[in-house]
Design a protein around this ligand. Structure first.
Ligand code: ZN
Ligand code: ZN
Length: 259
């Protein structure tokens, strides 16, 4: 199985490797490029996205973006269609007028901060958990219906995953709603090497519902191996796919209704 790695960053957002050097590692194994949009020192306007697309495509890379759901400006249809794929990811929620960031949870899930998870007490509140679930799913829904994302990036990366058992953090009913949304619109569910999400039971449920999957190392520095991804695929019985292979399916996905 030759997996195409869709989710890789460069120095055009928060990665340390230039686009030129990313283009060279395609020889190691197939991958695209998908920098953050927006990013404070990177892409902030549609014109920036188009320049990024030109620069990366000229180097021979398949070109996506990691569209920051709930934050990024609307993506014109023509820009969406010019990109090989769009990953839509939730990195934060807006709640009561303040930003509820996923940064600490993400760092914990990546193994960058040791246990215990520093926000565990705060997110133990069932009411807050319920609000996070609904707000997270709402952002993904808008990304699918309005932006026309092709891939849901790290679909279950949030403080709820960092709390411990994801089968507890994510009620099965919620998982099924997220999966149904992806299946209905043929949006790929990303298997994310860096955050090690989604968990096995989620992947098995998605597979049983006929979901498509996408592989993402989420490399920011050296090209990360896909060891954990391959184990996740094996353990969940997904080896036969279907997997996205570097561009959106020809017939599917064009579900965007707004520009
Ligand atoms: Zn991300
Ligand atoms: Zn990323």
């Amino acid at each position: 199985m030759r997996l195409f790695d869709h989710h890789i960053h460069s120095s055009r957002s928060d990665g340390s490797v230039t686009l030129e050097d990313r283009a060279k590692s395609v020889a190691v194994r197939p991958h695209g490029i998908s920098d953050h949009y927006p990013w404070p020192t990177g892409m902030q306007t549609d014109g920036d996205v188009l320049r990024y697309l030109d620069d990366a495509a000229r180097l021979g890379l398949r070109v996506g973006i990691e569209y920051d759901l709930g934050v990024a400006p609307a993506l014109p249809r023509s820009t969406h269609d010019a990109l090989d794929y769009v990953i839509g990811s939730v990195h934060q929620l807006a709640m009561d007028g303040t930003r509820l960031g996923y940064d600490a949870a993400g760092a914990f899930l990546k193994g960058r901060t040791p246990p215990p998870y520093s926000e565990a007490a705060r997110f133990a509140d069932p009411e807050l958990q319920r609000r996070v679930l609904e707000a997270h799913l709402a952002l993904v829904r808008v990304g699918i219906l309005e932006t026309g994302i092709d891939i849901v990036g790290h679909p279950t990366m949030s403080p709820l995953a960092a709390l411990g058992d994801p089968e507890v953090g994510y009620p099965v009913e919620w998982q099924e709603r997220l999966i149904a949304l992806c299946v209905e619109h043929d949006v790929a569910i990303e298997i994310n090497e860096a955050y090690r999400v989604p968990h096995r039971a989620f992947l098995e449920r998605a597979h049983a519902r006929g979901a498509r999957f996408s592989v993402g190392s989420d490399s920011h520095f050296v090209l990360l191996p896909l060891d954990r991804t391959e184990a996740m695929i094996r353990d969940a019985g997904l080896a036969a796919g279907p997997f996205l292979d570097g561009r959106r399916p020809q017939a599917g996905v064009s579900t965007a209704t707004s520009s």
